[in-house]
Design a protein. Structure first.
Ligand SMILES: [Zn+2]
Length: 227
């Protein structure tokens, strides 16, 4: 049977020992255990935190007894998507607050079952110190998205809430608490969103590893256009 290959957009950062992680989280490490030269086959031992690289947060990241990563229905993570451009043409400042009023112009596209990807333009700073001083979403942004029926939200930053070196920022974990508290899912460190702005028929897949009882997992985030 003839099949045509579809263009897939890779929205995933590569994992390697140099990548940035949330302050205090374990670093990604890959240790060769055997080599083809010495053993005839190659195997690595991997170690990383559950919130490493491009990943999703399960409700149990913030909610006692909330769904864990293996309990999230797969169809919640493979869905139509809309990219919400709040990048202000690259003029978003470090630690700028993004509120519901920045997202509201997209309200008509924010229907139940749609995955909302918030494009702040910050993924271009991945690997620099400035990546930690990312813009962040206010609690009212989470409440507005939830009111539209949105349950899965992706950001191109380390965190939808403010990242501080230790403890919490003045807004705490407001976005996490509201979204995960509503049974939602957050994708963090999503990359390459700019080419997707305004694309009709956009779909994304954010499938995690099936880690029993765990609060998050790296994902291979991809997007494509449905004909
Ligand atoms: Zn996370």
């Amino acid at each position: 049977m003839a099949s045509t290959s579809r263009k897939l957009y890779d929205l995933t950062h590569s994992l390697n020992p140099q990548i940035q992680v949330y302050p205090g989280d374990p670093k990604y490490a890959a240790t060769p255990l055997t080599t083809v030269a010495a053993d005839g086959y190659q195997i690595h031992g991997l170690s990383f935190g559950s919130h490493t690289g491009t990943h999703i947060d399960a409700p149990s990241h913030f909610v006692q007894g909330g769904d864990t990563i293996d309990q999230i229905p797969l169809d919640q993570l493979v869905r139509p998507a809309v990219v919400i451009d709040v990048s202000k043409s690259g003029t978003v400042r470090p630690k700028q607050k993004i509120t519901w009023s920045d997202i509201q112009p997209y309200e008509n596209e924010l229907k139940p079952g749609v995955i909302a990807l918030i494009y702040m333009g910050w993924y271009e700073k991945w690997g620099t110190q400035e990546y930690f001083d990312h813009p962040y979403l206010t609690k009212d942004a989470a409440e507005g998205l939830i009111a539209c029926g949105i349950r899965v939200v992706g950001v191109d930053t380390l965190n939808p809430d403010e990242t501080v070196a230790e403890g919490e920022g003045e807004n705490g974990f407001g976005f996490h608490s509201v979204l995960l508290g509503a049974g939602g899912i957050i994708a963090e460190n999503v990359t390459n969103l700019k080419p997707l702005v305004g694309l009709p028929g956009l779909h994304v897949s954010l499938l995690p590893l099936k880690l029993e009882g765990i609060d998050g997992s790296p994902v291979r985030a991809i997007a494509w256009q449905m004909d």
